[in-house]
Design a protein around this ligand. Structure first.
Ligand code: IPT
Length: 941
């Protein structure tokens, strides 16, 4: 099988060319094919390509598909390491081989005289050998790149045709495709038969730039005899090859994705493209489009679907790109390979800056000190250049593609230089990106991944010794599990330093594989001997593409409009580079204790891109009779999309002195204070009026998030070593003073002599009980605390939640931009964020008061003297900590409520920097006060 070990070179494929519309006949060969999987090449059916071969006993498989998603073999996940021995170009003997067969009829139109035909595969993973009607056409490698075979003379119009494709999971090309994702073989993109008229439009390269004078400039490479037109611009019958002034045009940008229909016609074929006029240039070290600095508010996008693997249905893609737009994502890096071609059409249409990345990664060689890296192995040179060429040729006409990327994590080497040289020669209109070579030898931008805020700041200030090129973070803010934290601080750096031109969050999507029980599989769940666990679950959206709180936060951080709200006035700052705000309005409301008292809206003037305006908000002063008054303002575009939000505190009603007083007393085996009943062993509250509970007790543990668990020197390991998940509580003293019950405790872990001395002081306060918790760390505390607060257990019936504080979604100290102060209602079940791998979640920040209630109105109200975070769920933190999949979490017979004075931030340490110092929860003396009341049942209405 020498073609498998032929250093990744395809055989027999025609010259790569662009994807575009044509009036020549096409025939989709997608559909149900016959399929048989063999465990090795030798065990595959000999002669299956013969037209007469009997495949009646074979299975059916849809094409396109990733066959392990259809019950043939199993998916496997590794991030960096190769799942086979590293001995390029050899591949394992046990090489799953999928034979595919299709019998198809060709419409009569294909039989016209002088018509050739071509067979196009948009994606075959990793190697496909192709026969038509028993004639071998060749071999394709380069999984996420197109391949075309000339079938002129082989195709039989008017008769049944037999297409046979043998797909091998492993080939020499696999060494070049070590991306961080599931290994999923198959014919996973479209298969199309294309009629090729003699003298037709075989290829087109549109160079459409936007000139400083507002004119478009057009040059089309194509057949010499072809004629070019753009009817909308009154351009007709232009020759190819020459440059033309297209007159005044509206430029294409990601913010204003204006496209024009362009037609290229020969006597035998008419091709149609939707083009955009735009000019990409690096000017004085700044990356510009149409003369203006741009900022990437980007995400890395893989192509994955939880039920279909690498096959993502078109409606799902459109919906996900729209979801990105709604969260103000303006850029996509196609990590780490060119996407399905239709994705780029959508990027042109909806407006994204795209870094189109080549299907090239050799990361696993990094584990071997880059010994034998294909990037520097001359035997792989052709394959490397071939990959670059096929990407550039396919995608060259997309206005959204503003940069080419050589690939990802492929070390350094001469072949990268060859790829770069080829791309520069072919397309001088787009800068080059590659991160893996820190010297940026072959690139036009200085790209890094996961640089800390401090390092980005140093790069911005010019105090860093990296190359002096526009700086971007091709990956940052690893969105694994609960997180990332620290987004707004990166955004501030992109605003502060012109050279720092944004970045791409890692990554858009959790690549979980749906299981019948309703949870998602990740690495190891298919029994892979070598795997990287849940490192593949690191997206801003869950596998079904519903947003995680990380995306909500990102949407607020990437928002194009910043509002600085003061009582009566708002500074509106337009962060768009090309769009003015003329079509937007400011919607405002004044709320008291979260209840809207007045509202209105003011039209926005056409604030130009990059500029600010002061806008008066004509609200009348309100003196809140109770609680707090806030002015909330949203900038909203014509389509109703919120472009930015802000709030100002307007004032608070003076606190009404509560009726205090009442003495604690012993009563039989219990201690009573007003409506409260305490047990004497630990001194905990067990009843408040009619409500049975298990009293507030100090808690510092959280179910470690991925950012706690992973990275160098994981915090969670240090936390566990310190025993923070198994703290014991010793009653030191129980003092029934004049008007207070003081419970003194020492909270500490077995084997440790450090402790948190904790005093609970209870006082009667109106109908409720006021609790002041004072904590004093003693001993060595050189680690931050996961959280600092109290937890209590409540009856399961208290399922309804209302709070006044930050919301509506979860928020943590370093992920709090999206949350606004208001009054919110939810349920204990809905407060939970169902991370694919269970971990701490659901905190509602800056809460002033909350109620948990049963349908009859009974329940618990908590007022915080200061602001607290709260978390309510139906399982304990220990159960959450132990769970590995969603389905492990079973509701207990309690509601577990956490009331937290402090929470450690989220950071991004699973891959990148940890929590910024200002968001670390240091173990330090702390005092906080809570008021507990137990409302009686409300009268039936
Ligand atoms: C980086 C990879 O480029 C990306 O594909 C992904 O694996 C990410 O890490 C982690 O999820 S490389 C890493 C060594 C910084």
């Amino acid at each position: 099988m020498t073609y498998l070990t032929g250093f990744g070179r395809p055989i027999g494929t025609g010259a790569p060319r662009a994807a575009f519309g044509t009036d020549a006949p096409t025939l989709s060969l997608n559909g149900d094919w016959r399929f048989r999987l063999a465990p090795s090449v030798a065990e595959a059916a000999d002669g299956f390509w013969a037209p007469g071969f009997d495949d009646s006993g074979w299975a059916e498989l849809p094409v396109p598909s990733s066959w392990p998603m259809h019950g043939f073999g199993r998916p496997a996940y590794t991030n960096v390491v190769y799942p086979f021995p590293v001995e390029p170009p050899h591949v394992p003997t046990d090489n799953p081989t999928g034979d595919h067969r299709l019998v198809f009829d060709v419409p009569a139109a294909f039989g016209a005289a002088g018509l050739g035909a071509s067979l196009r595969f948009d994606g075959v993973d990793s190697c496909g050998r192709v026969w038509l009607n028993g004639v071998e056409l060749g071999v394709t490698q380069g999984s996420r790149l197109p391949a075309e075979f000339d079938v002129t003379g082989v195709l039989r119009p008017g008769e049944p045709n037999v297409l046979a494709v043998r797909v091998h999971q492993w080939s020499a090309g696999s060494y070049l495709e070590d991306q961080d994702m599931w290994w999923l073989p198959g014919i996973f993109r479209d298969v199309t038969l294309l009629a090729r008229p003699a003298g037709g439009v075989d290829d087109v390269f549109v160079h459409a730039t936007y000139e400083p004078d507002g004119h478009g400039r057009l040059r089309v490479e194509g057949p010499a005899e072809a004629r070019v037109s753009i009817p909308e611009l009154g351009l007709a019958d232009l020759p190819t090859g020459a440059a033309h002034d297209a007159g005044p045009v509206e430029p294409w940008t990601a913010e204003t994705p204006r496209r024009y229909d362009l037609v290229v016609a020969t006597g035998t074929e008419t091709a149609t493209l939707r083009i955009g006029f735009r000019t990409v240039a690096i000017v004085d070290g700044i990356l510009t489009v149409n003369g203006r600095r741009i900022v990437f508010r980007g995400v890395n996008r893989h192509e994955f679907h939880p039920e279909r693997g690498r096959v993502v249905p078109p409606d799902v893609v459109r919906a996900e790109l729209e979801l990105m737009k709604h969260h103000h994502v303006n850029a996509i890096r196609t990590s780490h390979y060119p996407p399905h071609p239709a994705v780029l059409d959508l990027c042109d249409e909806l407006g994204f800056w795209v870094i189109d990345e080549c299907d090239y990664e050799t990361h696993g060689f990094g584990e071997l000190g880059w010994r034998g890296n294909p990037s520097d192995d001359p035997r792989f040179a052709d394959a490397c250049v071939d990959r670059m060429r096929r990407m550039v040729e396919r995608d060259k006409n997309h206005p959204s593609v503003i940069m080419w990327s050589l690939g990802n994590e492929a070390g350094v080497g001469a072949n990268l230089g060859l790829m770069a040289d080829w791309a520069r020669r072919r397309d001088p209109g787009r800068p080059l990106h590659y991160e893996g070579d820190k010297s940026s030898a072959h690139t036009d931008v200085y790209s890094r991944m996961y640089a800390s805020h401090a390092e980005v700041d140093a790069i911005g200030r010019g105090e860093h010794h990296g190359p002096r090129l526009p700086f971007i973070l091709c990956e940052y803010a690893h969105a694994m599990g609960n997180g990332p934290g620290g987004l707004i601080e990166y955004d501030e750096l992109f605003e502060r330093y012109p050279r720092c031109q944004g970045g791409f969050v890692w990554e858009w999507l959790d690549h979980g594989i749906r299981r019948p029980a309703g949870d998602y599989a990740y690495g190891g769940d298919f029994g892979e001997p070598l795997h990287d666990g849940n490192f593949v679950i690191d997206g801003l959206v869950f596998p079904d593409r519903t947003p995680s709180p990380g995306l909500t936060e990102l949407g607020a951080v990437y928002a194009p409009v910043r509002l600085a709200v003061r009582p009566g006035e708002v500074t509106v700052r337009n962060r768009y580079a090309f769009r003015s705000l003329g079509q937007a309005v400011l919607r405002w409301d004044v709320s008291v204790d979260g209840v809207v008292a007045r509202q209105g809206s003011v039209p926005l003037p056409a604030v130009p891109p990059g500029e600010s305006a002061e806008i008066a908000v004509p609200y009348e002063a309100v003196v809140p009779p109770a609680g707090e008054a806030w002015l909330t303002v949203h900038a909203v575009d014509r389509a109703g999309l919120v472009l930015g939000s802000g709030q100002a505190f307007l004032g608070a009603a003076p606190a009404r002195p509560a009726v205090m007083g009442g003495a604690p007393r012993r009563d039989g085996g219990v201690i009573r204070l007003g409506a409260g009943e305490f047990e004497p062993v630990h001194g905990r509250l067990v009843r408040l009026g009619g409500l049975a509970l298990r009293g507030p007790v100090l808690d510092v543990w959280r179910a470690p998030i991925d950012n706690d668990r992973l990275g160098p020197d994981p915090l969670a390991d240090r936390w566990r070593a310190a025993g923070l998940h198994r703290m014991t509580h010793r009653l030191v003293d129980l003092e029934l003073g004049g008007d207070a019950l003081v419970v003194a405790t020492r909270v500490a872990a077995a084997a440790s002599d450090s402790a948190l001395l904790t005093w609970y002081t209870w006082r009667l306060c109106g109908p409720g009980l006021e609790l002041t918790v004072r904590v004093e760390p003693v001993g060595a505390w050189d680690i931050p605390l996961p959280r600092l607060g109290v937890r209590l257990e409540l009856p399961a019936g208290l399922g309804d939640v209302t709070w006044f504080g930050a919301g509506p979604g979860e928020a943590y100290p370093d992920s709090r931009t999206a949350a606004l102060i208001g009054r919110y209602t939810s349920t204990v079940d809905a407060l939970v964020t169902d991370y694919v791998v269970p971990q701490e979640n659901g905190n509602r920040a800056d809460t002033r008061w909350l109620t948990l209630s049963a349908p009859d109105g009974t329940g618990l109200r908590v007022d915080a003297a200061d602001r607290i975070g709260f978390t309510a769920r139906r399982w304990s933190t220990a159960a959450l900590d132990a769970a590995r999949h969603r389905t492990d979490l079973l509701p207990s017979d309690r509601v577990h409520l956490h009331l937290d004075h402090g929470h450690h931030g989220l950071g991004s340490a699973a891959c990148g920097p940890g929590v910024l110092p200002q968001y670390a929860l240091e173990a330090a003396p702390a005092t906080f006060t809570l008021l507990f009341t137990a409302p009686a049942a409300s009268p039936p209405s």
